[in-house]
Design a protein around this ligand. Structure first.
Ligand code: PEP
Length: 261
């Protein structure tokens, strides 16, 4: 099933998730500002921008003009291959636009669109077939953390959606740990909470796929990460960067985060 177009290694990455924001004009201004700012302050990490699907072509054109400065990702993909699924976007369509990454299973998709781990497994499958790296989101709700179930919740999300893949297939995935209580709330996980969960996720991967695959997996943190707290979060051994929501809509903030390694 796996298309081996490009192989991923563990990297430092900052990815911006614009969610459902920006008009076409605003999107163009934002992508232009990000590229300009990245050229002036080249970060020591890969930078990915995930705009709404209607702006992917625009963003790709900018990224192509400034090679190596920016990668582009989608925010979602259909679990189906193609056909009569009105409104959906297929992984093959993203691949035909040279998309390298796609977010899968963001907590907002789980919450508002009822996405299940089983559906997410299919989405990941479609992406791998098309040589697109899935950025698989996982994370617990506040009540689950307060009840002490956060490790179990994240473990179930990862195992149910991802552990039937082969080692080779899994090697193309990135994980984003995003505690739901920290997304868009201004409440960031402490560096200890982030490191502890990232280390736990890496242990789970090591148990299933071996230490080498675990060490090679990029694990991002997401949840109210900003220019003021990114350095401290990224300094953790198992935190390889961030998935950024709100702060990715301001070019200077986003690029400052990318420069936090
Ligand atoms: C996100 O939605 O992936 C996210 C991390 O949002 P924010 O940075 O706004 O908390």
């Amino acid at each position: 099933m796996l298309n081996h177009k490009h192989k991923k290694m563990r990297k430092n990455i900052v990815a911006g998730n614009w969610k459902m924001n920006a008009t076409f004009q605003e999107a163009e201004e934002l992508i232009a500002d990000i590229v300009e700012s990245l050229e002036k302050n080249t970060p020591g990490c890969e930078v990915i921008v995930c705009p709404p699907a209607v702006y992917l072509e625009l963003a790709s054109d900018y990224a192509n003009d400034y090679e190596n400065v920016l990668s582009i990702g989608a925010q979602n993909v259909s679990e189906y291959e193609k056909g009569a699924y009105t409104g959906e976007i297929a992984a093959s369509m993203l691949a035909s636009m040279s998309m390298e990454y796609c977010i899968v299973g963001h907590s907002e998709r789980r919450k508002y669109f009822g996405e299940t781990n089983q559906q997410l497994a299919l989405k990941v499958e479609r992406l791998l077939e098309n040589a697109i790296h899935p950025i698989f989101c996982c994370g617990e709700q506040l009540e689950e953390r307060e009840a002490g179930n956060h490790f179990k919740v994240v473990e179930t999300q990862i195992k149910e959606a991802l552990f039937h893949f082969s080692n080779d297939e899994f090697s193309n995935l990135l994980i984003a740990y995003e505690p739901v209580w920290a997304i868009g709330t201004g409440k960031t996980a402490t560096t200890d909470q982030a490191q502890e969960m990232h280390a736990y996720i890496r242990t789970l991967i090591a148990e299933k796929f071996g230490k080498e695959t675990a060490e090679d997996t990029t694990i991002l943190y997401g949840g109210s990460c900003n220019a003021a707290n990114a350095k401290e979060l990224f300094a953790n051994k198992d935190v390889d960067g961030g998935l950024i929501g709100g702060a990715s809509l301001k070019a200077n903030d986003f690029v400052a985060i990318a420069n936090s390694f």
